[in-house]
Design a protein around this ligand. Structure first.
Ligand code: ATP
Length: 233
């Protein structure tokens, strides 16, 4: 049984079909990267999974339970956590206070503040600093820690590497095996295609809301990915 089963999901922004007939089966422990150019519909898809953009049609099932119309706050309890685009930390709260906001509607599971500090050791040393003092990569790490503290089965990360230096991105991706090893499945929106191909078990490429290419990175040629990404051919 899939952890996540999406069937024919369509999401509109007004007249615009931002996501158009998207299908996906995601198994437990998988890392899926969704790639695509600006405006392809990646964020809309993730926000629909988190309950923030209501679908027009289609279905989303988590552990074979229909969550298509479930409101966002209930999805957290159902096991879906989103790291939103732009991280959205509380800038005037400390690192630790930001992490603790993730314990609201906490489920049972392996993730505790201590465990997040083990994942990102620098965070323990800087736990009393305001989030405003952190670099972009540090903020992204805190946002990931905050999401993990709900003990999600499915972790959604929007634009993981956007605006971050490559070395910082590599450091964040280094902890992904620990996250997946703890029993969390990851669905990541990644603009950096090379990075996506390196870290994901499978990739899906969106073009104008449609899934135009999908597969395991080793089965996809650079040419195929470029064509799908830019809509050539
Ligand atoms: P980006 O990398 O730029 O965030 P994306 O692949 O995540 O791109 P979306 O943000 O999902 O794409 O946008 C898909 C389409 O929907 C775009 O054409 C965008 O302009 C439009 N769109 C997104 N959000 C809204 C909104 N709130 N209202 C109207 N149109 C929107």
């Amino acid at each position: 049984m899939s952890l996540l089963a999406i069937r024919d999901l369509t999401v509109h922004h007004g007249q615009l079909r931002a996501v158009d007939g998207f299908d996906l089966d995601l198994a437990e422990g998988e890392v899926l990267a969704v790639i695509g150019a600006n405006g392809a519909g990646k964020s809309t898809l993730l926000r629909a999974l988190a309950g923030l953009n209501p679908p027009t049609s289609g279905s989303i099932r988590l552990h074979d339970r229909d969550i298509t119309r479930m409101p966002a706050h209930k999805r957290l309890s159902a096991g879906v956590a989103l790291v939103p685009e732009g991280r959205r930390l509380f800038r005037s709260l400390t690192v630790e206070e930001n992490l603790l906001t993730g314990t609201y509607r906490r489920r049972r599971g392996p993730w505790t503040v201590q465990r997040v500090y083990e994942l990102f050791p620098w965070m323990a040393e800087r736990r009393r600093q305001n989030a405003a003092q952190l670099s972009g990569g540090e903020q992204q790490s805190v946002a990931i820690g905050r999401a993990l503290l709900s003990n999600p089965d499915l972790l959604l990360i929007d634009e993981l590497s956007l605006g971050l230096a490559p070395v910082v991105v590599r450091r964040i991706y280094q902890v992904l095996p620990d996250i997946v090893g703890s029993g969390t499945t990851a669905l990541i929106v990644e603009q950096d295609v090379t990075q996506a191909m390196r870290v994901a078990d499978r990739v899906h490429c969106l073009l104008e809301g449609r899934s135009v290419l999908r597969g395991r990175p080793r089965d996809l040629s650079t040419e195929q990915v470029e064509h799908a990404y830019f809509g050539i051919g």
